[in-house]
Design a protein around this ligand. Structure first.
Ligand SMILES: Cc1cc2nc3c(=O)[nH]c(=O)nc-3n(C[C@H](O)[C@H](O)[C@H](O)COP(=O)(O)O)c2cc1C
Length: 349
């Protein structure tokens, strides 16, 4: 699997998730088997580039390459400028966001809303490719299947994007109208894959090794992208890799392994955000880590009352140690309600 000149170790990608896939989380996923990770989106609004939030998002120190930065906006010239800005700060691949259902930039709908305006979508792709190509930086694009069930135009747009020089397309198998509701469909992704020569990545609702195998087979996609199923379960990437290679399930991680991975993740997380802000934003990751496990919900509620990162870290370690008294390996998580709305997507990056 290759994006422009960048050879990837495998074809399992962690999806960009604003407020989730920061550098510490991307590194954790890469360590546990993801072959590629796209950073959270960065706005094309120049006045926000120096904000703390955007500069944290642009922090790639120690991250394995290729460094891929996702940009979002509605104006072709501004997006081209944002691409150059990020390349100058180390981006090796630029990804254009035409997938978010709720992204407003400069009071205009960006993200998947662009799919409704094909001329503007194409203008953006061409403008970004025009500044990236001379710098040797491939441009990729992430989109949905269309605006609504009646306007499923991913195939038409995909052909235009390929002709415009886009190097890889990721398709989330939902329309914009669906938001995160309903089920992802893979027929549109299969049709796009069949029509294009560039790599196509299938995304949406891939949450198990079997589902990964089935989506790969059904769509013929070159790679898979996994988002929500990696929250609190970043080892899903190595589980899928193992299953695709052998047809057998990898044993669940030991409780001690999970404890140590989450400990390391928290240290990295506090390092990026600082102790106070890091302690707060780590809560969601810890909540996902214990979700569906015996006693996990009670622990999550208790952990949310802790106000110091040292106490938070120790509580997490103690909780896993206690679980380790009765379980050598992580027990299967009970089904959790995953119908979350990615609130952070609505905010400006
Ligand atoms: C919390 C959250 C934040 C997201 N942020 C982004 C984003 O910044 N850019 C983007 O292209 N997609 C974003 N997405 C969409 C995911 O990349 C992915 O397309 C979607 O979650 C479907 O994949 P999944 O079923 O594996 O989660 C986000 C999704 C979630 C849940």
């Amino acid at each position: 699997m290759q994006i422009g000149p960048h050879l990837l170790p495998n074809r399992l990608f962690v999806a960009p998730m604003a407020g989730v896939t920061d550098r510490p989380f991307r590194q954790l996923c890469r360590r546990l088997g993801a072959g590629y990770a796209v950073s959270e989106m960065v706005t094309s609004r120049k006045e926000l580039w120096n904000s703390l939030k955007t500069s944290r998002r642009a922090d790639h120190s120690g991250e394995p390459g290729p460094i891929a930065v996702q940009i979002a906006g509605t104006d072709a010239a501004m997006l081209a400028e944002a691409a150059v800005h990020n390349i100058e700060r180390g981006a090796q691949i630029i990804d254009i966001n035409m997938g978010c259902p709720a992204k407003k930039v400069c009071n205009k709908w960006a993200g998947s809303a662009l799919m409704r305006n094909e001329a503007l979508a194409l203008e953006i792709a061409e403008a970004v490719v025009a500044v990236c190509a001379p710098r040797g930086v491939p441009v990729t694009l992430k989109m949905r299947t269309g605006w609504s069930a009646d306007e499923r135009n991913a195939l038409r747009l995909a052909r235009l994007f390929e002709a415009a020089g886009i190097a890889m397309l990721t398709i989330h198998g939902r329309t914009r109208e669906q938001g995160y509701k309903g089920l992802a469909e893979y027929d549109t992704i299969a049709a796009v894959k069949a029509a294009l020569a560039i790599p196509v990545v299938a995304n949406g609702d891939i949450d198990s090794p079997e589902k990964a195998r089935d989506v790969l087979a059904y769509t013929g996609a070159d790679a898979l992208m996994i988002g929500r199923a990696a929250q609190g379960r970043p080892w899903i990437f190595r589980e899928v890799t193992h299953f695709l290679a052998t047809g057998e399930h990898l044993a669940a991680p030991t409780v001690a392994e999970a404890r140590d991975w989450f400990t390391e993740h928290l240290h990295d997380h506090y390092g990026l955000y600082g102790e106070l802000s890091g302690m707060r934003s780590a809560r969601k990751h810890i909540g996902w880590a214990v979700r569906g496990l015996p006693g996990g919900e009670a622990f999550r509620q208790h952990m949310n009352t802790l106000e110091h990162c040292q106490a938070q870290l120790q509580a997490l370690r103690d909780w896993f140690d206690e679980l380790g008294q009765t379980h050598d390996r992580l027990p299967p998580a009970a089904a959790a309600n995953d119908d979350q709305v990615p609130a952070d997507e609505a905010g400006v990056a």
